[in-house]
Design a protein around this ligand. Structure first.
Ligand code: UT7
Length: 353
């Protein structure tokens, strides 16, 4: 049997032989950031907006835009982020036995971004699939991966959050509610099975309210619009993201705080017991509202929306990677990951590192 065949057999054995790990640890993280910067000043030149308005209403000063001509695709950014996470973990692609990619913008409807990334990175014939939960995607993926590990399906898992949402943004005045907010990026974790049951997910929540999909959607054809859609008030280009900004803002402010409380209640913790709140970056005002509600100091709620905007499934990973690079992540810490977005979806994943 060739070395590669043997490796497939060994990894297949992980998926069938039971022997589940009782805990999980995040052993590596990495990111991939597109080269092109789009500043508020750049947007001022193409739409009716101002740097002052964007900063005050969102906290954003710039975002990144992926360019196909630079070879920046969802798969290439995801692969780069995953490789960085593997390097951080001191592992190689063939060490992985499962890959989960949170994305709503795979380069093609099929194959999945996960199939492309697994192949491009040289991970072999591992289980690889995409998970679509928009801005909650990475948090849903973390909960899924912890469960895969604890049930014995996998031991060394790559988790990627990658989106090129700017492909679906209308950069005319019609789209000024979204073009100011969104940017592209990818991030990745390596999660490894552990024999310490206190490590991994301590509490999780995953929610959806599918009835509210018209608040955030990308119509492909005219029939996709809800029957009561107000086309006069909201001119939307096909294949471009439509967002009812005010409604989503209200939803996010209340849901975000409730989600934190619900997650803490599941394990009887107080807000101050958590070392880091690593949140989806959708608007700085939404993060500030949650911080105020629980009286949390600034250093506990990471904000990097100023430099990247809202990067959909990548945002949570980008924040965690910054904390890790700054040496602020340590074993034993409690980290709450939080996401909310289109669907509508919202979820949390509280980890003991
Ligand atoms: O991750 C997915 C989840 N998404 C979110 O969480 C996004 C949540 N929503 C938001 O972050 C905010 O609603 C926005 C940043 C999108 C908009 O901020 P807002 O404070 O809700 O503004 P608004 O839509 O209520 O508009 C206020 C005013 C309006 O003018 P009038 O009617 O008061 O004269 C808008 O026409 O600001 C105007 N406006 C703008 N002005 C300059 C809207 N967009 C812009 C703009 N530049 N880009």
């Amino acid at each position: 049997m060739s070395e590669q065949d043997q490796s497939h057999v060994d990894r297949a054995a992980v998926q069938t032989a039971g022997g589940s790990c009782v805990g999980a640890t995040i052993v590596g993280s990495g990111v991939a950031i597109p080269q092109t910067v789009l500043t508020n000043a750049d947007l001022e030149k193409i739409i009716d907006t101002s740097d002052d308005w964007i900063r005050k209403r969102t906290g954003i000063t710039q975002r990144r835009v992926a360019k196909r001509e630079l070879g920046e695709t969802t798969a290439s950014l995801g692969t780069k982020a995953l490789q960085a996470a593997l390097d951080d973990a001191g592992m190689v692609p063939t060490d992985l036995d499962q890959l989960v990619v949170a994305t709503i913008t795979p380069d093609m409807p099929t194959p999945s971004a996960a199939c492309q990334i697994a192949s491009d990175i040289g991970a072999g014939n591992i289980g690889a699939f995409d998970l679509g939960a928009a801005c909650s995607g990475f948090v849903f993926a973390l909960n899924t991966v912890d469960a895969l590990i604890r049930s014995g399906v996998a031991k060394n898992v790559g988790v990627v959050g990658a989106d090129i949402i700017t492909r679906h943004i209308d950069y005319s005045n019609r789209g000024r509610g979204t073009s100011i907010l969104f940017g592209d990026a990818a991030g990745a974790f390596i999660v490894k099975g552990s024999d310490d049951p206190s490590r991994g997910v301590l509490a999780r929540s995953m929610h959806t309210d599918g009835g509210r999909w018209p608040d955030l959607f990308i119509p492909r054809v005219d029939e996709d619009f809800p029957s009561d859609f107000d086309h006069e008030a909201n001119a939307v280009e096909l294949d471009c993201l439509h967002m009812n900004g005010r409604a989503v803002f209200k939803f996010a402010v209340s849901t975000f705080g409730d989600l934190i409380q619900e997650t803490l209640d599941k394990v009887g913790l107080r807000p101050e017991d958590v070392d880091h709140y690593v949140c989806h970056q959708s608007n700085k005002r939404i993060l500030d509202a949650a911080r105020d509600r629980f009286g949390l100091p600034e250093e506990k709620v990471r904000v990097n929306i100023d430099r990247y905007g809202n990067t959909v499934a990548a945002s949570v990973c980008l924040c965690f990677n910054e904390l890790k690079t700054e040496g602020r992540i340590e074993p034993g810490q409690l980290v709450m990951f939080l996401g909310f977005g289109a669907g509508l979806t919202w979820g949390s994943s509280l980890w003991r590192l």
